[in-house]
Design a protein around this ligand. Structure first.
Ligand code: SF4
Ligand code: SF4
Length: 178
C-alpha cells in the first residue's frame, strides 16, 4: 500500500545580492522578533540572518541560518569576489562546532531561520526596502512518515550535542513565547 501524501508549502527567500545595501535591517528585525518577550531587544547576534559586509568593495551578502551540523565538515569553500578573498565558511548556512555564527548567545543552542512562523510574511523580507529579499512559495508532497522522520533526526542530533535537558529547556522557553 502506498502511503498517503499530503501537500505542504515550501517557502524560500530569493536573495539578490546586487540589491543589498548592507543596512542590516533584516538582522535587527529578525533578532527583535525572536527576542523574549518579542520585540523587547534587538541584538543581531540572535538573528537567523546575517549580512557578510565588505563596505569598501560595496559587497553585501545576506546568509540565512540553515540546518544544524553536528560535526565540522572535512572540505571547505573559499570564495574570491571582486578580488577580495573571504574566510572559509563565510557563506555557509550551518550552525556548527567550528564557528560561533548562528548560535544563541546565552545558551549556545543553534539558530535556524523559521520563516517567522506565525507571520504572514517573513519580517526580513518585509523590512528589506531594496527588495534584495523576496519570498517564493511552492507546493510539495510529503508522507506523514517522512515528516516525522525529518523531525526526529533533527531533535536527535540536537539532543546528542547539547543534552536532553538543555534541549527541553529551550523548547519550553520557545513554547512560552507563542
Ligand atoms: S534589509 Fe535588505 S538591503 Fe538591508 S542588509 Fe538586509 S538584505 Fe540587505
Ligand atoms: S525569515 Fe524570519 S526567522 Fe528567517 S531570517 Fe528572516 S526574519 Fe529571521
Amino acid at each position: 500500500m502506498t502511503a498517503e501524501k499530503k501537500k505542504r508549502i515550501v517557502k524560500t527567500i530569493k536573495i539578490d545580492v546586487d540589491k543589498c545595501n548592507g543596512c542590516r535591517a533584516c538582522e535587527v528585525i529578525c533578532s527583535a522578533f525572536h527576542a523574549e518577550p518579542k520585540y523587547s531587544s534587538n541584538n543581531p547576534a540572535r538573528a537567523r540572518i546575517r549580512v557578510v559586509r565588505e563596505p569598501y568593495s560595496d559587497i553585501y551578502v545576506p546568509v540565512y541560518a540553515g540546518d544544524y551540523a553536528p560535526a565540522e565538515c572535512a572540505g571547505r569553500d573559499k570564495y574570491t569576489i571582486d578580488g577580495k578573498e573571504y574566510d572559509e565558511c563565510s557563506f555557509c548556512r550551518a550552525s556548527c562546532p567550528s564557528r560561533e555564527d548562528f548560535k544563541e548567545p546565552d545558551s549556545g543552542l543553534p539558530l535556524k531561520c523559521d520563516m517567522c512562523e506565525g507571520e504572514e510574511e517573513p519580517l526580513c523580507v518585509k523590512w528589506c526596502i531594496t527588495d534584495a529579499l523576496v519570498l517564493e512559495e511552492r507546493e510539495e508532497e510529503v508522507t506523514e512518515e517522512e515528516e516525522q522522520e525529518e523531525l526526529e533526526v533533527g531533535l536527535e542530533s540536537l539532543a546528542d550535542r547539547y543534552g536532553l535537558d538543555k534541549l527541553v529547556d529551550a523548547l519550553t522557553r520557545i513554547s512560552k513565547k507563542e
